[in-house]
Design a protein around this ligand. Structure first.
Ligand code: GLU
Length: 400
């Protein structure tokens, strides 16, 4: 990571981007408490401007597609309910989905109003993590986005808080946005936040922390050490933004984390302002050089792991250096209650090596851990899978 980056490359990358996922946090849209319409208006105008990419005489002009992931429903709902004298929630966590439902329509109304002067039609898409878990529903959602984008619509996406239950939640919109990058096959992820970018130290402990211009290898960044804190209004904080950036980097997609409240921030990032105003804001996070297949990405991140297997040194070496599958013999312990086909965390000496789909449920796995193939057959019968997690269903170095 560095405090200097090649602004030229970054601009080139942004200018070539055809499908952009743009996530906007609550702290940007609802700085004080209510939605700030002036901010929405300004962002809608900037989004309208960055959608048109003029390539000069030699290139072809094109319309860049933008998918907005917008928080702010809870903030808008709280404000509206408070206006009606409803602000004393006995159990806030239980009330939150209903507050979000109140705010969601206000949020969409505000976005429609903000985009209308630019002749842009919006759509509302509410998703839960569970919606993307089945491959069929994932593909249906992908087709729906493709249709909307082909019509020039700007989809405005949020988590469907009304039906999100713990374990099946994205948890925060950074996570949702990172999974959308895969769904819509975006080639750029922009995350607008209330911070100036990623700081080189935890600002709580280090008030003089500086903004990093770029992070070259996010896989090598110790995200926990860099930031542990969460912002007040949203549920994510910089930690979840970096985790989201790390995920999309695995798809070969770069991220830019920008201070969403700064004037003309998107125009500046896309080099659409006169030279004097065009300094490089925020933090650029490079894509991994080697990307993983989209199916593997979907498989690893479509849900929270339901259990954990601890593996021995030999199995860890085989997974990391030989591209092997995980066999029963290498497993030393199994925790969690899970069905066959569940997503499992694979750990070695307390370190998280990755995640993968299990060919066995928790009970069977507990019976066969540490055993050789013929011993497994003696217990469970011949027709069983030789591997617990096949290498095609395993993502090492998963950002979870
Ligand atoms: N879905 C929540 C809202 O609209 C936001 C979650 C988040 O900020 O990550 O308020």
């Amino acid at each position: 990571m560095g405090l200097n980056s090649n602004g030229g490359d970054r601009l080139e990358c942004l200018r070539n981007a055809r499908i952009v996922v743009l996530k906007i946090g609550s702290a940007v849209l609802a700085g004080g408490s209510d939605l700030n319409f002036a901010v929405l208006e300004s962002l809608a105008a900037q989004i309208a401007a960055i959608r048109i990419q003029a390539c000069g005489e030699s290139g072809h002009d094109f319309t860049r597609q933008v998918i907005v992931v917008s928080s702010g429903a809870v903030a808008a709902g709280k404000k509206a309910l408070a206006g009606a004298g409803i602000c004393d929630f006995a159990n806030y966590d239980r009330a939150r989905p209903a507050i979000a439902a109140v705010g969601q329509s206000l949020l969409m109304h505000a976005w429609n109003r903000a985009f209308a002067p630019h002749g842009i039609i919006t759509s509302q898409v509410l998703l839960t993590r569970d919606d993307l878990r089945s491959r069929k529903r994932f593909q249906t959602a992908a087709g729906t986005f493709a249709a909307m984008l082909s019509w020039g619509v700007v989809p405005v996406v949020n988590e469907n808080d009304t039906v999100s239950v713990s374990g099946l939640k994205f948890g925060d919109n950074d996570c949702l946005a990172s999974l959308l990058v895969n769904l819509v096959e975006a080639d750029m992820f922009i995350n607008l936040t209330s911070a100036p970018g990623v700081l080189n130290a935890d600002p709580q402990a280090n008030p003089d922390a500086l903004v990093l211009e770029s992070i070259e290898e996010i896989a090598r960044l110790d995200i926990d050490a860099l930031c542990g804190c969460k912002s007040e209004l949203g549920s994510g904080g910089m930690h979840s933004k970096l985790l989201a950036a790390r995920r999309v980097s695995q798809l070969g997609v770069p991220t830019i984390i920008l201070p969403g409240r700064e004037k003309d921030i998107l125009l500046r990032a896309f080099g659409l302002l006169p030279q004097a105003d065009a300094s490089c804001p925020g933090t650029w996070i490079c894509a991994d050089k080697k990307s993983i297949p989209r199916r593997k990405f979907w498989l690893a991140y479509q849900s929270e792991p339901a259990g954990t297997v601890e593996i021995d040194d030999g199995a860890a070496r085989a997974l990391l250096y030989n591209g092997s599958s995980l066999l029963p013999g290498g497993i030393t312990s199994v925790t969690g209650e899970f069905e066959k086909g569940a997503l499992l965390r694979v750990c070695h000496s307390g370190h998280n090596l990755g995640v993968g789909f299990s060919n066995y449920d928790a009970d069977d796995l507990a019976k066969i851990r540490g055993l050789k193939r013929h011993e497994v057959a003696a217990i469970l019968g011949q027709a069983r899978y030789p591997d617990v997690i096949h290498r095609d269903n395993l993502l090492l170095d998963a950002a979870i």
